[in-house]
Design a protein around this ligand. Structure first.
Ligand code: SDX
Length: 430
């Protein structure tokens, strides 16, 4: 079969560019030789039409609202599996056998504690520090402790660092929460499953027994599955770019956390809840929908829209179902925020502007209501997103490091600044 090519004519030059096909999804035009042949760059701010890498981990069909982790639909993984099984799948590429699952969960369980000296970092933070600032600082500092898993050229050390990140993120996240509310840190309890352990570290106190609500634990585990990976989103691309320079995995994950914090990305769950609280009641929705459509108003409906999904985010559907499940199990009959969210979704999905721009609720639209009902403060919502996304970041980082064609990422630019000019002495400046 003849190789597919794309013909490009630049001025008097015509060149054939190789076209590569994936398993599913759009073909790509390989432009890696373009600059050498034409002295031209391509130009794609925001990378709306640019594939930055080849990957086998996650596939999104934005038009159809499909999300696959290593080929498995997110709906099936959320329904039938658990988060650590999904972690194994993302890291190793296959669903684990019972033996592999037990071995993997055993390894994660034995890395849940952090070096006791790390608790000293927390005393340096203000109590009212945003937990995401604590996460960026503390996760980056892991490199100051775990010197035996910094050599990225050693496959064993890469895997140890991966396990450590997955295991320690819940512990650090819970410590960040406890520190801001002035309660003592709770150690992990190894007999508990991943989500139950995290709930206990967040909500238990030393002076009484804490019983994990199994329905909440299952719901939280499912929420972690939904957030685990999402191909080359902004924070994952940040982790890949940081890792391409050879930076250690802890520093790369800290970079991913920093990027996720933004309200256009992982910070949207916190911003979406704040927006629902600001709207306050169903009768105020039309005013906010009008503002969201007003070009001169920077206000946007947080939790709506997506760079890739031009259909309903499949995770949002599962998130909405989980939201109802959690509110039901907690006996929360009529949550005004949920009423506002459901009515806002109904109005937006029937509004010409949102239909034309293909703006649907994304994963962040219902997650805030669910996490608030579970007892998490709003400032912890993006921390939970980072906790769950750590496995995706690590899997993508590992794939990048193990790619034989890997090189440092170094984009170019369209320069529109001053052309070369000579220095002017200060006495001659006007
Ligand atoms: C996540 O990439 C990922 O995969 C991310 C993520 C993951 O799992 O990693 O899925 C997690 O980040 C989900 C997205 C959470 N962010 C929000 O909910 C914030 C609100 N959404 C918007 O900021 C926006 O939709 C983005 C940032 C999510 C996507 O922005 P794009 O792709 O750059 O689209 P755009 O800004 O060019 O918008 C296209 C049009 C614009 O109008 P025009 O300039 O064409 O006239 O749609 C409008 C926008 O003004 N628009 C919105 C809107 N989102 C886009 N108008 C009102 N409300 C919105 N939410």
């Amino acid at each position: 079969m003849t190789a597919k090519t794309a013909t490009l004519t630049v001025g008097s030059k015509t060149m054939e560019l190789p076209v590569k096909s994936g398993t599913i999804g759009p073909d790509v035009i390989d432009i890696s030789k373009l600059y050498g042949a034409t002295h031209n760059f391509t130009y794609d701010p925001g990378f709306t039409s640019t594939a930055s890498c080849e990957s086998k981990i996650t596939y999104i069909d934005g038009d159809e609202g499909v999300l696959l982790y290593r080929g498995y639909p997110i709906e099936q993984l959320a329904e039938h599996g658990d988060f650590l099984e999904t972690c194994y799948l993302l890291l190793y590429g296959e669903l684990p056998t019972k033996q592999q699952y037990d071995d993997f969960t055993g390894r994660v369980t034995r890395h849940t504690m952090v070096h006791e000296q790390m608790t000293k970092f927390f005393t340096g933070y203000r109590r009212d520090a945003h937990p995401m600032s604590v996460m960026v600082g503390t996760v980056g500092a892991l490199a100051a402790f775990y010197h035996d898993s910094l050599d990225i050229a050693d496959p064993h050390q890469r895997m140890v660092a991966s396990i450590r990140m997955i295991a320690k993120m819940p512990t650090i996240a819970a410590m960040a929460h406890k520190y801001t509310i002035g309660q003592p840190f709770i150690f992990p309890e190894n007999k508990l499953d991943y989500a139950s352990n995290f709930l206990r570290m967040c909500f238990a106190v030393p002076c009484e027994e804490y019983k994990v609500n199994p329905i909440l634990a299952r719901a939280l585990d499912r929420i972690f599955i939904l957030h685990a990976d999402h191909e080359q989103n902004a924070s994952t691309s940040t982790v890949r770019l940081a890792g391409s320079s050879g930076a250690n995995p802890f520093a790369c994950i800290a970079a991913g956390i920093a990027c996720l914090w933004g309200p256009a990305h992982g910070g949207a769950n916190e911003a979406a809840l704040a927006m629902l609280q600001e709207i306050g009641s169903v009768d105020r929705i039309p005013e906010y929908v009008r503002r969201a459509k007003d070009k001169n108003d920077p206000f946007r409906l947080m939790g709506f829209g997506h760079r890739v999904y031009k259909n309903y985010d499949p995770r949002a559907k599962i998130m909405q179902k989980t939201c109802h499940e959690v509110l039901g199990t907690l006996g929360i009959k009529d949550d005004p925020l949920l009423d506002v969210a459901m009515e806002l979704e109904r109005i937006a999905l029937s509004d010409e502007y949102f239909i034309e721009k293909k703006l649907y609720p994304n994963i962040d639209f219902y997650s805030g209501i669910t996490l608030k009902a579970m007892g998490f403060p709003t400032s912890m919502f993006t921390v939970l997103f980072a906790l769950a996304r750590t496995v995706g970041w690590i899997a993508q980082w590992k794939e990048m490091i193990e790619d034989p064609s890997q090189k440092i990422g170094r984009p170019r630019q369209l320069y529109t600044g001053a052309a070369q000019r000579d220095y002017v002495d200060v006495t001659d400046r006007r």
